[in-house]
Ligand binder design. Structure first.
Ligand code: UGA
Ligand code: MN
Length: 340
């Protein structure tokens, strides 16, 4: 009897245990189903987010394309505005001969940013080379200035060599003539012509001093001729001589940076040009003489030639002597593909 009771109790206990397992098993299944659903929800939400971000990226891309197109349009407009004489003031044609050397890009970049600050100019850059270089082309494009890119190469027999002292042969002669040819063909309305070498330093007020030149306007040039400055000597608003140590007897003893010429005068003397034969330090005087000028024609500017607004600075020649040494010591040196 007792045995039977015990068996019944055992059966009942086992049944209860199964029941308990059964009930909880359901719960366990529910739990894992819930977490599966939760994970699926999360994935769904992430997918939705990705989709909406994708479409946002598309919208932004379209917006960027629209803005780039708008920017291009505005840049073109700016180019034409700079190319137009819309300021009502005479245009200054700035002639810059330039030759390839280590410092060329640095010098031209600096000059371009100076010129950016001057209204109504046209920059004529003439390379001493038998073709236009990408380096100069890019500097001009980046400058956003109204400019013309020309070239004219100096023949080898008159070309200055790396090792020559730079007074030995005249520089920039054929290049400046190429620019004068361009000006005679293309320049419109009234204007002024200024010869701005690529390695000088210019105060932007200089350009306003020269803008209303009748024939030839003149001013001092700093740091030239081994003096603090060279200058026309002025008495009673007229040029009467030259403050220069070197060859003061020249008819016009001035540096190229020290004068500007009225455009009409260049037009009315179609043959006037720089000449290889002019003689050392005589380029400036030779041209002004061909333009039929006398000392009395000169118009002193910069407060009767008492202010220095341009400096004949010249850029120090860079040495690359460590390139070779670096290669020997470390087995590498500057990447030739990086433009300097
Ligand atoms: C001085 C004067 O300032 C120049 O205006 C003048 O042309 C020159 O002397 C000269 O008598 O020939 P300097 O500083 O000694 O100038 O000369 P650079 O600056 O070396 O050359 C003048 C211009 O010609 C520069 O813009 C330069 O880039 C260019 N150049 C120079 C060439 O186009 N080709 C060359 O082989 C050398
Ligand atoms: Mn120079």
């Amino acid at each position: 009897m007792i045995q039977r009771k015990l068996i019944n109790l055992y059966i009942a206990g086992t049944a209860l245990a199964f029941l308990w397992i059964f009930i909880n098993f359901g719960l366990w299944c529910d739990d894992s189903r819930d977490s599966l659903e939760l994970e699926q929800k999360k994935v769904q939400i992430l997918q939705q987010k990705t989709e909406s971000q994708k479409s946002q990226i598309e919208v932004l891309k379209r917006h960027k394309d629209e803005l780039s197109a708008e920017l291009k349009k505005l840049e073109r407009r700016l180019d034409t505005l700079q190319g137009e004489d819309n300021s009502g003031v005479p245009r200054i044609y700035i002639i810059t001969p330039t030759h390839n050397r280590l410092e060329q890009k640095a010098d031209l970049t600096r000059l371009s940013y100076t010129l950016r600050l001057v209204p109504n100019i046209h920059w004529i850059v003439v390379e001493d080379a038998d073709h236009k270089s990408d380096l100069v082309k890019n500097v001009l494009a980046n400058s956003k200035l109204s400019c013309s890119h020309l070239f004219a190469s100096t023949p080898p027999n008159v070309k200055l060599k790396e090792t020559d002292p730079n007074w030995l042969k005249p520089r920039g002669v054929l290049q400046r003539n190429e620019a004068l040819r361009w000006i005679r063909l293309n320049a419109k309305n009234s204007g002024v012509v200024y010869l701005a070498d690529d390695d000088n330093t210019y105060d932007i007020r200089l350009f306003e001093e020269m803008r209303y030149t009748q024939k030839v306007s003149v001013w001092p040039v700093g740091l030239v001729g081994y003096l603090r400055y060279e200058s026309p000597k002025v008495r009673n608003k007229k040029v009467v001589g030259w403050h220069t140590y070197w060859k003061p007897q020249r008819k016009f003893a001035m540096d190229m940076a020290g004068f500007a010429v009225n455009l009409e005068l260049i037009r009315s003397h179609p043959k006037a040009a720089f000449r290889m034969s002019a003689g050392r330090g005589n380029q400036e005087s030779d041209l002004l003489t061909q333009l039929g000028l006398e000392m009395s024609d000169l118009e002193p500017r910069a407060d009767d030639c008492t202010k220095v607004l341009v400096w004949h600075t010249r850029t120090e020649k860079s040495s690359l002597k460590n390139e070779e040494k670096m290669l020997k010591l470390y087995n590498y040196n500057s990447d030739p593909n990086i433009e300097v």
